[in-house]
Write a protein of this length. Structure first.
Length: 372
């Protein structure tokens, strides 16, 4: 490429920077919204289950049953709020949303434990909240296993004691899982929206006619509008990463430079998508609506941010292959949480390169130097 090409490219990029600086709406979206979204998602989106309101139906009424209830109450998972006499009352409380679970301790619980026999308990769960129900059942099973192991150890030596160790997120904190994916969601939404407004705004203001009168190549126009927003997106990335590390103790175990390369490629993908939308719609309102839908929904639902892609129907799994957020989330979680590098994450990086090149080529091809 000639020196003139680079000169025109830098001139267009400088013009776009001036537009950003003079537009307070752009600065608010670019610098204010990332922090707002980190706070909302970091604190609101949580898969941790704590203080599940529990009703107890204790038909045994022995020291052993009361001790087990106290241990449940002392755990972070359950909060014993009611002591009932029958399951019918528990069902009524489920319907009124007063409790989420009910523990039934049958008569003979202490006797079975004293004999060394298998003691049975029944846990009733409100299945309307499926996520809470699944996690609470897992917590209850874990507490029951601990009680069994403690009793066996007091009497006999166990031949095998299972010990579970969780790597990369030992405390199983939701924020540590959510924040790396949130980086991709925030960048996807804001980059697509900001880019979608640029060309659409110029069509409405009539400045595109002036641009057509200059000897500027289509690629220069596209890159001149993309590059300033790539730099702005990297600032957004640093803000979100810093907030995640400060507020939620999200680690950085891998190479930071590799993450920056991946984020830059992802920003090119998102900005190319936004520019393509603005060139097709040529209207700020329509471009904002289309950009919001095409930027938010795929990043949230088809990227693996909240739901495993492997659990989706195969048509959606195929569709997710063109969602750039999928590959960035894989890289971010691998680098930040696991300390992985290019040797382990080359496949999603190559996918980002292909998507970035395809979107820039498609955007350039759709840029026409004519007025309809």
């Amino acid at each position: 490429m000639s020196a003139g090409f680079w000169g025109r490219l830098l001139a267009l990029a400088h013009k776009e920077v001036l537009h950003m600086v003079r537009d307070p709406q752009v600065l608010y979206l670019a610098l204010g919204m990332p922090l707002v979204m980190v706070l909302l998602f970091g604190y609101a989106v949580s898969f941790d289950v704590e203080d599940v309101h529990l009703a107890v139906i204790d038909r045994d009424r022995t020291p052993a049953s009361r001790r087990f209830v106290r241990r449940l109450h002392a755990s972070r998972a359950f909060d014993v709020t009611h002591h009932l006499t029958d399951e019918a009352t528990a069902e009524a409380m489920f319907r009124s949303d007063e409790v989420k679970a009910a523990l039934v301790i049958p008569d003979g619980f202490h006797r079975d434990l004293a004999r060394g026999e298998r003691a049975l308990l029944q846990l009733l769960m409100d299945g309307a909240d499926a996520t809470t129900a699944r996690v609470a059942v897992a917590y209850a099973a874990q507490l029951g296993q601990r009680e069994s192991i403690a009793r066996l150890r007091s009497g006999v030596e166990l031949p095998l004691v299972p010990r579970v160790r969780t790597w990369f997120n030992p405390r199983s904190e939701s924020a540590v899982f959510v924040v790396p994916g949130l980086v991709a969601v925030v960048l996807s939404v804001l980059a697509v929206l900001l880019a979608a407004l640029t060309v659409a705004r110029e069509w409405e203001r009539g400045s595109m006619e002036q641009l057509f009168a200059t000897p500027v190549e289509r690629l220069s126009v596209v890159l001149g509008k993309v590059l300033p927003y790539v730099a702005l997106g990297l600032v957004q990335f640093m803000m979100v990463l810093t907030a995640g590390a400060w507020l939620f103790d999200v680690p950085l175990r891998g190479a930071f430079g590799f993450v920056v390369v991946a984020v830059s490629l992802f920003l090119v993908c998102a900005l190319g998508q936004g520019l393509l939308i603005s060139m097709i719609t040529r209207n700020q309102q329509v471009a904002t609506q289309v950009g919001a839908v095409s930027g938010i929904l795929p990043a949230l639902l088809l990227s693996g941010f909240l739901f495993p892609i492997e659990n989706m129907p195969w048509p959606l799994q195929l569709l997710s292959r063109v969602v750039a957020a999928r590959y960035l989330i894989s890289i971010l979680r691998g680098v930040l949480l696991k300390g992985a590098g290019p040797a382990e994450l080359w496949a999603p990086l190559v996918s980002l390169v292909i998507l970035a090149g395809a979107l820039i080529a498609l955007t350039t091809a759709n840029f026409r130097r004519r007025l309809d």
